[in-house]
Design a protein around this ligand. Sequence first.
Ligand code: HSE
Length: 310
Amino acid sequence: MPICIRSPASIANLGPGFDVLSLAIQEPYDDVYVELSRGDDRVDFMGDYSHYLPNDYRATTLYPVIEEFRRIAGIDFGVHIVVKKGIKPASGLGSSGADAAALAYALNKLLNAGLDYKSLIRVAALGEIAAAGTPHMDNVAASLLGGLVIINPVTGDFVRVDVPSNYWLSIVIAGNKPSTKEMRKLLPSAVDMTSLKNNSAYASMLVYSLITGDRNVLGKALMGDAVVEPVRAKLYPHYDAVKEALLKAGAIGVALAGAGPSLFGIFDFEPSREDINNLLRNHGLRDYTLIITRPSNVGVHEIPCGDLNA
Ligand code: HSE
């Protein structure tokens, strides 16, 4: 029997929390059909963004997950996978992580492998090597678990918490990045103590704000990264314009989504699409996609397979 999984996009880092903080969001999401077979693997991508994916599924985040489950289960199964892409690949919204998370969840169930969430995060993160060069766990953890996830990428220890319903997000997908791998290579290999203290303080305040709904320190914390975002922002010509437009629209804070190129703003009211579009155009933006969404306290979950063709 096949199973079908809906997997939410996620926003990693959230400013100062590089590789540590990640938030699942309600829209966009990917739907993934998974069925075990006796034949060769077959992987199909559907939807508007399917042409962004490599033709050879062995170059995607899915392949390391399949291989790891073959090792864990000790059987050489085949699998048929259909991914209906709602999340634009390479946009900073955890597109590859969402699919790896959905597949890990599905294979765990279909093979009755009994992996707990810590193991599922580890297996799904293996898929990220294909996209990022090194396994980062933040996106897959948020897609798997929903809510706000705080993960120690060194040990895999994590906590997830619900985010209260008073926050909205507006995401602006614009520009391009070479790849997450390249955006990680740019980063310093060591940080000084002052930056460490700064980022630890702001990451902690950010978590406090997201959990309690107390917005007072949220903006300063979200925009307080002293290590990663300042380096990456220089590569995105649209960065300043989008940030300014979202702040003018009433965002409490704005940051890069993951490694970019998307930026997102956090609001404590439902922002007006029309106002943001006008502000973005006034700031010279033409070619972009605007998404208005909310945090999702629900991670990967089964859906009826009929919904995949809807
Ligand atoms: N934490 C990762 C990075 C997220 O910033 O490289 C990539 O989406």
